[in-house]
Design a binder for this molecule. Sequence first.
Ligand SMILES: C[S@@+](CC[C@H](N)C(=O)[O-])C[C@H]1O[C@@H](n2cnc3c(N)ncnc32)[C@H](O)[C@@H]1O
Length: 202
Amino acid sequence: MTTNWEQQYLEDDTPWDKGSAAPPLIEWMDRNPDLISGRILVPGCGLGHDVRALATLKQNVEPIGVDISLTALEKARSIQHVGIESYLVADLFTMENAHTEAYDWVWEHTCFCAIDPSMRDKYVEAVHKILKPDGHFLGVFYLDPYDDEHPPGSGPPHGSSIRELETRFVESGKFEILECYVPDKSYPGREGLEQIIRFAKK
Ligand SMILES: C[S@@+](CC[C@H](N)C(=O)[O-])C[C@H]1O[C@@H](n2cnc3c(N)ncnc32)[C@H](O)[C@@H]1O
């Protein structure tokens, strides 16, 4: 089943949008106030809550939210700016060459679990390509989004596992893991079901 993201934003049918930045991102920034800097790409940023959270950091940060939906980014752009954040309508899988090795960090939140699982290796290739040689990929992975109303195979979000992430990111030779833990803070309903992972590009 293919998701028509643009149509969902047009119809305000966006149950994934919680109206605020991801709690695991806020928690990670509180724990690591000086670690992240430079150009940060946020794939599948939706209304940009995480982009704006990153833009509040005091150091030299330039968050850039990317989304395939024009309507999502029109809504994101209409929200009060807090720093030098910007937004780009683009498909992560077909980013122009100007983006190659152009980013210091990637922040991932509910893009990986939203795309079709058959595209996951392409996702890893895409984020590897846009990161600078010493770039970091920081993500919160919604590993287990399933319940009685949303069983496996019923469309996004699609679950994953630490083992799968190790295979795709690490055993592919593209990344190494620097940190990996279950965040203390999550949106209500996602407690204990998410994993923060920070990878360094190899
Ligand atoms: C589940 S939503 C999450 C949005 C946002 N991260 C949030 O948590 O509110 C997935 C987002 O990924 C975007 N998206 C899906 N495929 C994409 C692609 N190939 N390139 C860029 N964005 C994509 C969708 O338009 C949508 O905004």
